[in-house]
Design a protein around this ligand. Structure first.
Ligand code: GLC
Length: 612
């Protein structure tokens, strides 16, 4: 027996009982379970020697993704560098940005014009031809690994494209394949589902079912009509999807983002979100990964109300996802920008800081999706804010039509029935850079730059992995050109998915005093500080400090008797902060020693000070 096989068998034996128990509980199908086990072995044998070496290394530091120098960046391959080979050529730029984790947005084959930005996969084992091949992906992965960059991709497991082989066969009436989706020959059950299942895209794709003419059936389509929900009650679906997962992991991925995971189990009479069986499936996936490819981490895309998110970490004994998006903090940060009141953010951060250290969040200011206003409305209610009017206020604020707001962007899925709407825009546009450029106002541009940097400073302060959206490092603005493309015009998320602004990136390098130059360098300083400063380590104690001024957020990190205090001003005016304990502390960003117990904060300014 080789050392390799020993390792596999040890891991299999460690987890086999639990895996079998979970599988049988869900499927009660011993032969399908046996098939799963033999396929796990086959994928393990197929896994490359280099990746197995990586598995061993990462097992020595299982929380490798919490390393202090982790800095993520997400990008669309074509927007950034045309294709996978192009990305490989541009790795030096990403290194200049300090990136150690690269999230490639969906790149598997998908029908043009019916792709949902790549989230409608027609072949899980084929790269979209204009972006390259699987070999290109493997070559990119090897190049990334050499440069210390981890690679992340999406695994869209809730649905397939209507052009996927299974969907094509189902459409022709093949029962075996129809059973992999949810088909109904009349509207009765779909109507019953509609009574309890909310809509994800109420205006861009209303309803949860689509009539398929050729099949003479309705099919469940939670997202777009061309994205057919997979039926995980069918063990064939689970097994095959796990084989795809392992196939992709073996191409050299370090992090697999499991897309729309709360939706994968459906039950009539429920909301079809976050059902207990979803957790069983994620737990099984975690175990399967730990047996076959233990260096691969699962990042759960759980964009849900606050209390629904954390359970996806599982428990410390039975973990599920390694990583989750800090979606509530993200939305709460923007709420704080609009309201200039830090109460809710303080509460949210205190809740995050009280979670076990192994729970690792991915912190971000925005991603490729819209910003949904999933806030703690019970708390806001106590402060006199009601959900719908408050969401309307936030949207008006970020549209730039409320008060002194300088934000720019567009609504997404503005639902006239629920009066709910989400928001689209780049960080720079939401911080006011677009408006300042339109107005040609230097003063407003300075303010916008400060806000942008302050929000990034706050993101980088948080424990977990900071994830930048490519282009935000040089202040990329909204790009309304999607409206000219009929394949994109109906989806305002493309507003913040513009082509990478290489011109701004060049300017940032050439002219350090330009806005992109100052933003880029400002971020680099913060990132370097985060990766080198001892008190920024993952095991520092984080807490929220009470301070009387409601515009100010005051946070502290403490490690081995050393303290760092971060002061963030969410007011568009300057503020004074009084804290006796800050007297004599050193400003980490070059403003020398503080002499008094009061700190002067510029509008949207931040300070990070060290107490000795
Ligand atoms: C996820 C993706 C989003 C996509 C949806 C459906 O939420 O982030 O872009 O529309 O899944 O796949």
């Amino acid at each position: 027996m080789t050392r390799d096989m020993d390792e596999f068998l040890n891991r299999l034996n460690r987890h086999l009982d639990e895996l079998r128990w979970l599988y049988m509980e869900l499927y009660d199908n011993g032969s399908m379970f046996a098939e799963l086990c033999s396929q796990m072995e086959a994928f393990y044998k197929e896994r490359g020697t280099e990746l197995k070496k990586r598995d061993r290394e990462k097992l020595e530091t299982p929380e490798w993704f919490q390393k202090q120098d982790m800095l993520g960046m997400m990008l669309y391959i074509d927007n950034f560098a045309e294709d996978l080979k192009g990305v490989k050529k541009k790795l030096s730029y990403l290194q200049k940005c300090g990136v150690t984790c690269l999230h490639l947005m969906p790149f598997l084959d998908t029908p043009e014009g019916r792709s949902d930005g790549g989230y409608a996969v027609s072949d899980f084992r084929k790269v979209r031809p204009d972006l390259g091949t699987m070999e290109d992906l493997e070559a990119l992965s090897r190049a990334c690994h050499k440069k210390g960059i981890n690679l992340c991709m999406d695994f869209v497991m809730n649905h397939t494209s209507e052009d996927h082989e299974w969907a094509k066969r189902a459409r022709q009436g093949d029962g075996e394949y129809m059973s992999r989706y949810f088909f109904y020959d009349n509207g009765e059950i779909p109507a019953r589902y509609e009574q309890t299942v909310p809509q994800v895209f109420p205006t861009t794709a209303p309803g949860n079912f689509t009539w398929v003419e050729e099949a003479g059936h309705y099919v469940l389509t939670t997202f777009y009509p061309y994205q057919w929900d997979l039926n995980y009650k069918n063990p064939r679906v689970f097994n095959e999807m796990m084989y795809h997962f392992l196939y992709l992991a073996n191409r050299g991925l370090d992090i697999i983002r499991i897309d729309a995971v709360p939706y994968i189990w459906k039950e009539l009479g429920t909301s079809c979100r976050n059902l207990p069986q979803v957790h069983t499936i994620v737990r099984m996936m975690r175990i399967i990964g730990e047996i076959v490819c233990p260096s691969v981490a699962l990042l759960g895309e759980v964009v849900m109300e606050p209390q629904k998110v954390v359970p996806y970490f599982g428990t410390t004994e039975k973990p599920e996802c390694h990583l989750l998006y800090n979606v509530t903090t993200m939305a709460t940060i923007w709420h704080t920008v609009a309201s200039q009141n830090t109460e809710l953010l303080k509460r949210q951060l205190s809740a995050v800081y009280s979670l076990p250290d192994v729970y690792t969040f991915l912190n971000y200011l925005r991603c490729h999706d819209d910003i949904g206003w999933g806030l703690d409305y019970d708390f806001l209610k106590q402060q006199g804010m009601r959900e719908i009017p408050h969401k309307r206020f936030l949207n008006e604020y970020f549209l730039g039509i409320y008060g002194e707001s300088r934000s720019r962007g567009e609504l997404y899925n503005d639902d006239p029935v629920t009066m709910d709407a989400r928001f689209c825009g780049t960080t720079a546009s939401m911080c006011g850079m677009e408006a300042a450029a339109e107005e040609n106002s230097r003063e407003e541009m300075e303010k916008a730059l400060r806000l942008d940097l302050m929000l990034h400073a706050l993101m980088l302060w948080q424990p977990g992995i900071p994830m930048l959206y490519s282009g935000d490092e040089v202040g990329q603005l909204n790009d309304p050109s999607y409206k000219q493309d009929p394949k994109k015009a109906g989806d305002s998320r493309y507003l913040h998915r513009g082509r990478f602004p290489w011109k701004l990136a060049e300017e940032a390098q050439k002219n350090k005093d330009s806005i992109p130059g100052r933003l880029f360098d400002g971020l680099r300083h913060l990132e370097e500080f985060r990766s080198q400063e001892a008190v920024m380590a993952k095991d520092a104690r984080c807490r929220v400090l009470e301070i009387e001024n409601p515009h100010i957020l005051c946070l502290q990190r403490e490690k081995d008797g050393q303290k760092l205090t971060g002061v963030f001003n969410f007011s568009s005016d300057s503020q004074m902060v009084f804290r006796k304990d800050l007297e004599g502390s050193t400003d980490c960003f070059g403003r020398g020693k503080e002499t008094a117990e009061e700190i002067w904060m510029e509008p949207y300014g931040f300070r990070i000070v060290k107490q000795i």
